[in-house]
Design a protein around this ligand. Structure first.
Ligand SMILES: Nc1ncnc2c1ncn2[C@@H]1O[C@H](COP(=O)(O)OP(=O)(O)OP(=O)(O)O)[C@@H](O)[C@H]1O
Length: 256
């Protein structure tokens, strides 16, 4: 079976310190996966290895069966993996529509001659309109991104992240900083716009994890110690010991 994303005995050291210590993960197409784990476990480092910001010390990252370690982030992006950052990558002085159109054009840009660019501008406009509807910002079409609410800016960011049609989407704490009601609405939106796509999130909020994920990958000390459906992960003794057993985590999970 070809996985959408696969990590094979992935390792990463910084100097003499090994941070990722043989991580393995097999994510099937269309799965929504939340990566959880204690602070400093290596979740962000894993994201950086997958998206090409860091190169692994050893082991492999496969995207749709193709080895991508050593490739540049933009090359990986063009192979179908798109990542959004906690720090937004929107242009504050452009409108919602212009931001989305930039996202679409950027994702197409590399194969374009100027004439082809002009011919396809209509397509880009159409796609930007479509994305605007998906992220429910059509009524804010001409509002500058800087003037959107925080939650709207995060929605715009998701729109830009999916603009290029990538099949694998990485979201870093997508609801961080949102209120409870914004968060639950946003989980719904993320689910809608990623239908049919493979989704990976790094997430601390257990409410978001259990609301969004088909499967949870638990990273402890640079290894994936469990990868399963939420109920199974919750019942896993090792996970409870390492992570979920703490009263704080139980409280965050809403005592399910
Ligand atoms: N570029 C780097 N150079 C040296 N050490 C690093 C680098 N990046 C991360 N580390 C170290 O790797 C370890 C794992 O960090 P990472 O940010 O991946 O953990 P995390 O699970 O995302 O943590 P958190 O939940 O707190 O965000 C930490 O000890 C961190 O100091």
């Amino acid at each position: 079976m070809t996985y959408s994303l696969e990590l094979k005995d992935l390792r990463k050291s910084f100097g003499k310190t090994e941070i990722i210590r043989g991580a393995n993960l097999q994510v099937a197409a269309g799965e929504r996966v939340a990566i959880i784990g204690p602070n400093g476990a290596g979740k962000s480092t894993l994201f950086n290895l997958i998206s090409g910001r860091f190169e692994p010390t050893s082991g492999d990252v496969l995207l749709n069966g193709q080895r991508i370690n050593g490739k540049k982030p933009f090359e990986i992006n063009r192979l179908g993996l798109s990542r959004s950052f906690q720090i937004t990558n929107i242009f504050p002085k452009l409108s919602v529509f212009e931001n989305l159109r930039c996202g679409v054009l950027w994702s197409l840009g590399y194969k374009y001659t100027f004439l082809k660019f002009l011919a396809d501008l209509d397509d880009a406009n159409e796609r930007a309109e479509e994305l605007m509807g998906m992220i429910k910002l059509d009524k804010k079409r001409d509002v500058l991104a800087a003037n959107l609410t925080y939650a709207e800016q995060r929605a715009l960011e998701i729109g830009i992240t999916i603009a290029g049609g990538a099949s694998v989407i990485l979201l870093d704490e997508p609801t961080a900083g949102m209120s409870r009601s914004e968060t639950s609405r946003f989980i719904g939106l993320i689910k809608e716009v990623t239908v049919g796509k493979t989704l990976l999130t790094v997430e601390h909020d257990m409410g978001v994890v259990f609301g969004l994920a088909d499967k949870i990958a638990v990273v402890v000390y640079g290894e994936v110690i469990a990868f399963d459906k939420p109920e199974a992960v919750r019942a896993d003794q090792r996970v409870q010991e390492a992570y979920l057993g703490s009263p704080v985590a139980d409280q965050q999970a809403g005592g399910h």
